[in-house]
Write a protein of this length. Sequence first.
Lengths: 293, 238, 316
Amino acid sequence: MEYTGLIQTILGGVGVGSVYALLGLAFALVFGKLKICSYMHGDLAILAAYLGYFIFTSIGLDPFLSLIVLIPIFFFIGYYIQVIFMKPFMSMEIWQGRYQAQIMVTWGLGMCIMAIEFIIWSGTYRMISVPYRNATLNFSNLTVPVVHLLSLGALLLIYLVLSLVLQKTDLGISFRACSVDRITAMLTGINYQKICAISFGISSAIAVVAGTFYALTHQITPAVGLELTFKGWVAVIIGGMGSLGGVILAGLLVGLVESLTSFFWIPALKEAVLFVGLLLLLIFRPGGLFKAK
Amino acid sequence: MKILEVNQLKTGYDPEVDVLRGLSFSIEEEECVAMVGANGAGKSTLMKTISGILKPKSGEIFYRGQRIDGMLPHEIVNLGIVQVPEEGGTFPNLTIEENLMISCRRKKAKMERQKNLELVYQSFPQLLAKKGQLAGSLSGGQRKMLSIGKAIMESPEMLLLDDISMGLAPKVVEDLYRMLKDLTLKMDIPVLIVEQIVEIALDFAQRGYVMTQGEIVLEGSSAALLDTEAVQKIYIGT
Amino acid sequence: MNLKKWVVSGVIAFILYMLFLRLTDAGFIANFIAYISLFVIAGQGWNLLGGYIGEISFGHAVFFGIGAYTVGLPVGYKLDINLLLLVLLGALMAGIFALIISYPLLRVQGFPFLVGTYGLGVVIRSIVVVTPALFATRGIFISTYSKNFTYPLIIGFAIAVVIFVQWLVNQDLGLRFKAVRDVPTAARMIGINIYKTKASAFVIGAMLTGLAGGLFALYGGFVNPSACFGDNTSIFILLGPYIGGIGSVLGALFGSTIVIILQEVARSVITVNGGHYLMVGALLVVVMMLSKEGIYPGIVKLVKKIKNAYQKRQGE
């Protein structure tokens, strides 16, 4: 029976990890390629989770159905955040403190989002109690939560679509062009700021999906936003700064480390173990575990 | 009709220091004009300002009567002013074909895509042979060719060439300019050329301006300029 | 010399504060000034690394907490040690811990460093929370000195720390900090050991933050994980210098003051728990959009600009 428990834990870890992986993906997309550093996607995710909760409790719409509305809304929110708040920093070089400035602005915005959530929904833990929240699929004596399967599926789907878009479409090629040489991209006639804004929009839309799945597996409270942001960044660092595949593996790993710590040791230490692991990684492989060549 | 007209242009990277100090010149229809000057005269700064990478502090730039200073780089490209930059110019992480295709952004360019592509591959057969490879694998000369090819794919209505010779062997430079001459004759568009090697630039262009410390000190036909003291000085200087 | 001016202003400020304390009975304001001073000290410590080296730390609460717990733990175990000695020991402990932890952390730059320091905060807090020997979540009460002694002590330390940092950044070491931040390659070429320079800023900064933590234990008479090691503490330590003007002693001083005052104002305006972050976040965004370097350098720049324009007009 102990054996089944372990497998159960691993499955749970992968399920939770897919939320971190999604957030990591959102960060890696704008950071790894366009050098835009965001510290607000965790808060965006939680905001989406709250909106999903609000829609579910007020009109009873399923969170997955509300995604159809929320994804475009958050795409535009992200688009205009980039246009209004991030644009002034896009011409800064890294040594001029570009990342610091971007971190501070996005973090400030994230703080505002968190505060608004506190004001509207208070700090009480909320839960979206959809009927399938605790539904499971049974394979012999293993029970797999349906929500975890769905989130893993969504993660893979988003990754595939993203890779396909990056490889094949005009938008993707422009995006890759902007990622290596901003000036040449402009001289080629690519609207650099627009590409950045669209990317930020897409990454915000990914955060919505992450937030929805988080709300379906956890109870939500506003302060979780910053925590999710950091978990997402841990995935990016472990994954080797911007390789999308590496970030996904790293995100799943983060989830695994947390669930295994809870299983074998004390749940309160799961984050401590994760960050000790991160510090060790910084000593032995500062470039990340799955560094892109 | 004046294609490009620059009036009292002032630009600089620092708020206190002007690199271009009130520069004025113009380019006529179907004319090839060279801008020569010693290192640090502000030639590349001028190119960057025309293509919108740098915002001018004061002064005006007109293209076919339309004011373009203050417009964004991609809007200027959309008008048909296409620059082959001094550095970069290609995307090393894209294949040669992708590099060329991504440059087809204007409506006109999209219509003429096939024709332009043939023209590029015909002018630079080396690119055709490697079209599936990443641009990062090309040699310096081939990269310049690709950079020029990208400009052609935009169906330019005016071409800005910024220091094509930079970092290339003399033989390669000579070949490149021969091909460019053919190309520009075929395309029949005005060209503004900036070049370290004065001789090549004045040989390529019909008319020239001499720039010193952000100002134009001399203008005239290429042949006349070649004999002047100012040009001789640059010649010795570089 | 410039430093003399600082010392004189510091002494005057201290005397004024003492007069204020004697002549009025404004317990609330005195209390508030002492609270601000704690964050001024901690912020100056953060600024050495964040401003002068350019590495943002999101986990300075760790050093704050080590300082506080060095005072609290012996009290919790009923050891009779002089509290002031413990405060100084706390600063030392924070410094030693920074020295050890700088080995993995300073190998990375930018936000791996940021995330790493945040992680460090989480690790230490979790350890304290689950360890009964460290009094877990219960915390420790400290029977501290009377307010008539602790308040002037804290103010005195704050003034001394500000002067010390101002002195330090104009020393050889302080100039090396700036060299490492602005021109790392050139700094390496003239023989500056980048790691050592960063580590010394980190350690000295951590000691100052630890000092603030120790004084906090005296000030509040209470230590617990969330007050000492909490994210909130890290956030307000770093926000002060960032909003005021990183890499500037006066900027950090103003910033810490503004942020703590704003926080309290926001708490009284928006009474919902957590709602005060709205004002803090908005201030951060507005400051960053208006002046990338923070309020103080922004104002200095503006004044210079106006002066220049005025002189130009006079010249004409």
